[in-house]
Write a protein that binds this ligand. Structure first.
Ligand code: ATP
Ligand code: MG
Length: 244
């Protein structure tokens, strides 16, 4: 479903990652873990061209985007195929919960207003916020704001959700609620790539855990294998350090 070939990202003279190659299948839930500054966020951002890769190509179903010869149309399509959930929610502050979710339906999908409203309302129910439809982000808790963030990603009917530390700005007791919501989505065969420091997520939800270090995809395995018998010494050290 998704395959990435020779993907590299350089900022100035700093190479963040070089020649990454991987593929994932529909319904896969990938948890990406690894030390700070390793390139996890950069990788996710490159997958939806929030950052343009320095080289390499990304294929999702019928679409291939090659960093050396991409078009604006391909990037728009890539952004429809992928949706992004941010650590800091990144909601429109001057729009209510339902308006935040409707935005892409109206603007990108050009959906008629009533249909968009209807769909957004269903999504608000799905993320457990039906009663907050007309509330602005400033009046929502962190967990509620992230539910809107996830709802916004769901609205686009993307093929894969990219989540960059979706729970790290939240209080511990709220994290479990968001994990439950993500678990419901996982059950519906949503494909997800989640950068997370939340080992519960990696252990309980992921079909595969990837350990990234120094811009390399060091090791990928089932959660059970990776946590119980990591093969690479760098993975072993990282997990020991976390007390995992
Ligand atoms: N926009 C940018 N311009 C220049 N350098 C950047 C930019 N974004 C990231 N970097 C650098 O790229 C490297 C990888 O950063 P990245 O944010 O991808 O790491 P990360 O694994 O997500 O780390 P963390 O766990 O702390 O979020 C870092 O050295 C960072 O300073
Ligand atoms: Mg990051």
């Amino acid at each position: 479903m998704i395959s990435v070939n020779g993907l590299s990202k350089t900022y100035g003279t700093q190479t963040v990652f070089n020649d990454l190659n991987f593929s994932i299948k529909k319904g896969d839930i990938i948890a990406i873990i690894g030390p700070s500054g390793t390139g996890k966020s950069s990788l996710l951002r490159c997958l939806n061209y929030l950052e343009v890769p320095t080289s390499g190509s990304i294929t999702i179903d019928d679409l291939t985007v090659d960093s050396e010869r991409y078009t604006k149309q391909q990037v728009l399509k890539l952004r429809q195929y992928t949706s992004f959930v941010f650590q800091n929610f990144a909601l429109f502050k001057n729009k209510t919960a339902i308006q935040n979710i409707m935005e892409s339906l109206l603007v990108v999908k050009k959906m008629p207003f009533a249909e968009a409203e209807n769909k957004a309302m269903n999504i608000l129910s799905e993320v457990g916020l039906a009663d907050k439809r007309d509330v602005y982000p400033a009046m929502l808790s962190g967990g509620q704001q992230q539910r809107v963030g996830i709802g916004r990603a769901l609205a686009t009917d993307s093929k894969v959700m990219l989540l960059d530390e979706p729970t790290s700005a939240l209080d511990p007791e709220i994290v479990a609620d968001i994990l439950t919501l993500l678990r419901q989505l996982a059950k519906k065969e949503m494909t997800m790539m989640v950068v997370t420091h939340e080992l519960r997520f990696a252990k309980q939800l992921a079909s595969e855990v990837w350990f990234m270090s120094d811009g390399e995809l060091v090791e990928r395995d089932t959660p059970h294998q990776l946590f119980s018998s990591p093969k690479d010494p760098r993975t072993q050290r990282f997990l020991e350090h976390l007390g995992a």
